[in-house]
Design a protein around this ligand. Structure first.
Ligand code: ZN
Length: 491
């Protein structure tokens, strides 16, 4: 069979100060297939690569389309979105006739004149291939589900783990379901339930881990093709924003409906659990500074300035608090500030100089801090590992500076902090610190949990705050929890 594979991903934060355009691909370039390309040519697009691997292993002919994965940010500039979309459609047109289409999409992609890019792409792909071709879609679990996205595809499934370590497994699941549909061996019947809530759910512990274990139990039953717990992406302001569940069975819609309602009710019951783990800035620092750090540093997640969710990554809010409290033996990874990096590079390692840090991108970034900094080390093109199969985003060129006992990484490529790689590359030993602040909401967890004595999630002011009532939503459908006090039983 002939399989067309492509990818287009952007997690859109409607409250980000950045439009998404070509520079959002500077650290993870758009892959445009060339004749003779090996798998290594597209290895930084994990979901896409996983589809190609499994399709080729099954002996199918794979036609590669373009794969793009933008650094999370604001809505994509419309003409740029349309050019990427139309490029993909033209490749599919050239590949016709095909038997299967496998797409890696995010599920929270917005363009300036399109609130549902995935629905738009799927509608056009279905129009092009016709009703008889099986279309499989893999999503990030931070997706906001729409009717066109689900109904124009044959099978849609999201990864289950947060951090997203299971894209390869999810790609295989989608692929085999779609392949079976293409062969006429199954008739996928999908039920999806939209859950009116804005929330977060970590799967590194309970009860999030238990919920996805239940989803997997259903998947082991005969006739259940896939079960997805979709968390939604609360910072994308659309009429579809919210959580959901997708269940795909073999020709048994009532059963899909029962499973979806069951899991949706369970998920709604957990809506406050992980939000309640978030601490105010002052509470997080109080707890961190009282903690016994003999077994390792306390790690505070500056989740409100997580560039992985589209924020700038240059907020100074927590750094300002650390300096005000006179905290020593602390490190912060990392603040996006290409200008400060350039100045530190010119000054050179060992220099002590006045430096203005961060707070440049917008009001959510806090104020720039004017400090006296000592340049500890400099490094070019610093790479980070991602958790599991996920690829980390590079930090770019990095300067490590010390400010009153706080070591701060300044870097040139906007990216969340996935692990201690950046600190270590710059000669900073995490185990020597009492406190490490990371700009990440959860993808840091895999690598930092190995060295931390305690992990705290901080809801400082910022562009990814969980104070949803403070966000200037315009399109969000109401009622929705926690903005409204509602009941929901899964139906
Ligand atoms: Zn995600």
């Amino acid at each position: 069979m002939k399989v067309f594979v492509a990818a287009m991903c952007l997690e859109t934060n409607s409250f980000s100060p950045f439009p998404t355009g070509p520079t959002a691909y500077s650290s993870r370039p758009i892959y445009r297939p060339q004749p003779g390309d090996g798998l290594e040519a597209c290895e930084h697009h994990v979901g896409y690569l996983s589809f190609i691997r499994v399709a080729e292993a099954c002996g199918h002919t794979v036609v590669r389309g373009t794969a793009s994965n933008a650094s999370p940010g604001g809505a994509m500039v419309q003409r740029f979105y349309e050019s990427l979309r139309d490029e993909l459609l033209a490749q599919l047109q050239d590949a016709m006739p095909v038997d299967m289409v496998c797409l890696m999409l995010h599920g929270a992609q917005i363009a300036t004149a399109c609130d549902d890019c995935e629905g738009d792409v799927l509608t056009r792909v279905r129009e092009l291939v016709g009703p008889g071709v099986a279309i499989g879609v893999m999503l990030d679990l931070h997706a906001n589900l729409s009717a066109p996205l689900i109904e124009k595809a044959t099978v849609v499934a999201a990864c289950k783990e947060y951090p997203h370590t299971d894209f390869p497994q999810t790609a295989r699941q989608v692929f085999f379901a779609v392949e079976a549909a293409a062969k006429g061996e199954v008739r996928p019947a999908t039920c999806w339930v939209s859950i009116p809530m804005l929330t977060l759910l970590h799967t590194t512990g309970e009860p999030g881990g238990e919920l996805i274990a239940r989803a997997r139990q259903f998947e082991r039953q005969q006739g259940v093709l896939s079960v997805s717990i979709v968390h939604g992406f609360p910072w994308a302001d659309t009429a579809d924003t919210g959580a959901g569940v997708i269940v795909v069975t073999d020709d048994d819609r009532p059963r899909a409906e029962r499973i979806a309602a069951d899991l949706a009710a369970d998920f709604f019951a957990l809506r406050a659990v992980d939000l309640n783990h978030y601490l105010s800035l002052e509470a997080a620092l109080d707890l961190a500074l009282r903690a016994d750090t003999a077994a390792g540093p306390v790690v505070i997640a500056d989740a409100s300035d997580n560039p992985g969710a589209g924020t700038a990554g240059d907020s100074t809010v927590i750094l300002k608090a650390l300096l005000a409290r006179g905290v020593k033996a602390a490190a912060l990874a990392a603040i996006w500030d290409p200008l400060a990096v350039r100045i530190a590079r010119d000054a050179g390692a060992g220099a002590s100089l006045p430096l203005r840090i961060g707070g440049k991108a917008g009001p959510a970034s806090g104020e720039p801090l004017d400090v006296t900094a000592t340049v500890l080390a400099l490094a070019d093109n610093v790479q980070q590992r991602g958790p599991g199969s996920m690829r980390g985003w590079p930090l770019g060129d990095v300067a490590a500076v010390r400010i009153d006992g706080v070591d701060v990484l300044l870097h040139t490529e906007r990216a969340q902090t996935f692990g201690p790689d950046g600190l270590e590359t710059l000669g900073i030993t995490p185990a020597d610190k009492r406190l490490i602040v990371v700009k990440s909401a959860q993808h840091f967890h895999r690598h930092f949990s190995a060295i931390a004595s305690l992990i705290l999630y901080c809801n400082a002011p910022g562009g990814r705050s969980i104070d949803f009532a403070s966000l200037p939503y315009r399109k969000l459908k109401r009622p929705i929890w926690p903005l409204d006090d509602i009941e929901f039983d899964g139906n």
